[in-house]
Design a protein around this ligand. Structure first.
Ligand SMILES: NC(=O)c1ccc[n+]([C@@H]2O[C@H](COP(=O)([O-])OP(=O)(O)OC[C@H]3O[C@@H](n4cnc5c(N)ncnc54)[C@H](O)[C@@H]3O)[C@@H](O)[C@H]2O)c1
Length: 432
């Protein structure tokens, strides 16, 4: 059956089911349809389904136009999980956050697995895309698909394939090479055949666990290197050297060096979280993950460090933080996206607020109501800025008018090196 099933998934005669239509699942479902397949997208949020059916895309990477085209040519979205029974392969793209004690919260994956257990049928492929610790696919999905007496590798096929999409980036779901690891060689073959219909390049690995760990290595590598450069930035400041100049200089080496830049901390829902899945799994194995722990220590202290640098700038002008109006520039967790979940910008501003500052935020991408939901005043892009004693640039959106900020605010801390990159050199701008 195995080769026959891989052969079937190599055709465009199958329907893909997607569980969870967020940043990961919606682009995957749309990409399937763009590649000639049919797709059924299931999300437990009726509100999200209604929005999608009105042709309004909740994620930046899929335009309303792309969504409408997909809905007109083979994508159906529903809040009824039983509809997934009409699909030949199911891709699980639900959240996988950390719990209160930084332990993996697998409740979303478990509830998606319960849905799979209800709709699974002979010949089905089930692939988990949510980021998680090595072993999850075997621990949760294999029992879920086996409940009706179906046998893995004979009747059903199970794999893990990490999602690597980066919201706002040029490369989209279909362009990014995909690592695919089945719970066995047969499941790997079947899953690799299916993904080859959807994305440009597939890299099969020997197990789901290897695929799970590959994703965590990618993001741990980033977290550790960001931790390193954040420590270097603090040292460079002590030595009165510009870290930005140093990184640019080191970056001219044609081999053996990859540039990472400092910032106010790590944000978003991947880089701060993903290494913790590995650290948690390591603890179970009585193994200590020293690089992960050290990077986390350095990165989580960066917001307080950035706030202290703002306080130092004010101090040199004889001003306290208490009662001073401070402008936060950029609240999203990274440039050119409207997403401020887990943003380090918020932590910097909270720290300054905690020290008594009055905070206002200028962010041309994140909506006013979202900014106000954090308790900060929202500032229009064209409003006068000369009322703020200091600005701290936290997210370097391309849409920011840096000249205006440098002209109007007397003192600026640039935590992203944005003014330097834009060629704006002013005495009132200090880089982290
Ligand atoms: N967003 C990214 O940049 C990114 C990149 C790589 C990997 N990931 C990983 O992909 C996974 C999904 O992340 P996301 O950013 O797409 O999340 P998201 O919050 O944008 O979307 C998740 C969607 O799943 C739905 N959902 C939750 N539980 C459900 C259930 N049991 N049944 C049906 N629908 C359910 C929610 O209503 C929501 O619409 C996570 O594991 C994340 O770590 C995310």
């Amino acid at each position: 059956m195995q080769n026959e099933r891989a052969g079937f998934f190599a055709t465009d005669q199958w329907t893909g089911g997607v569980i969870g239509l967020g940043y990961v699942g919606l682009p995957l479902a749309v990409t399937m349809v763009q590649n000639g397949l049919k797709a059924i997208g299931y999300d437990q949020s009726q509100q999200r389904i209604d929005m999608l059916n009105r042709g309004v895309s909740p994620v930046e990477d899929i335009s309303d136009k792309e969504l409408a085209a997909a809905l007109a040519s083979g994508l159906e979205v529903t809040a009824d999980p039983s509809r997934l029974n009409e699909s030949d392969a199911i891709f699980i793209c639900v959240p996988s956050p950390l719990g209160r004690h930084r332990e993996p919260d697998l409740s979303f994956i478990q509830s998606a697995a319960d849905v799979v257990a209800d709709v699974v049928k002979p010949g089905m492929l089930v692939s988990l895309e949510s980021t998680t610790y090595p072993g999850t696919t075997e621990d949760i999905l294999v029992p879920a698909v086996s409940g009706k007496g179906l046998v893995v590798d004979e009747d059903v096929f199970v794999a893990f394939s990490p999602e690597r999409v980066s919201p706002g980036a040029e490369m989209k779901t279909g362009d990014i090479p995909k690592v695919v690891g089945g719970v066995s060689a047969v499941s790997t073959d079947v899953a690799a055949a299916a993904y080859s219909r959807v994305v440009a390049s597939v890299h099969p690995v020997s197990s789901a666990r290897a695929a799970e760990m590959a994703k965590l290595l990618e993001n741990t590598y980033r977290a550790v290197n960001i931790g390193l450069i954040n420590e270097m930035a603090q040292l460079a400041h002590e030595l009165d050297i510009s870290i930005w100049e140093v990184v640019d200089a080191a970056g001219t080496k044609p081999f053996g060096f990859q540039a990472f830049y400092p910032g106010p901390g790590v944000g978003g829902h991947c880089i701060p979280l993903d290494p913790q899945f590995l650290a948690w799994r390591a603890k179970e194995a009585n193994f200590s993950t020293r690089f992960i722990d050290l990077a986390e220590q350095v990165n989580t202290k960066m917001p307080v460090y950035a706030a202290t640098r703002v306080a130092d700038l004010l101090n040199h002008k004889g001003l306290p933080v208490f009662g001073t109006r401070i402008l936060g520039v950029g609240i999203a967790y990274k440039p050119d996206v409207a997403d401020d979940r887990e943003s380090a910008s918020i932590e910097v501003l909270r720290e300054l607020e905690h020290r008594g500052a009055e905070i206002a935020v200028l962010d041309p991408i994140v909506g006013k109501s979202r900014i106000e939901s954090h308790g900060f005043a929202a500032v229009d892009a064209d409003a006068p800025l000369d009322d703020y004693a200091v600005a701290v640039l936290l997210t370097d959106h391309a849409a920011l008018d840096l000249e205006k900020i440098a002209d109007e605010v007397p003192t600026i801390l640039d935590t992203r090196g944005a003014f330097r990159r834009a060629g704006i050199e002013r005495d009132n701008v200090e880089a982290l």
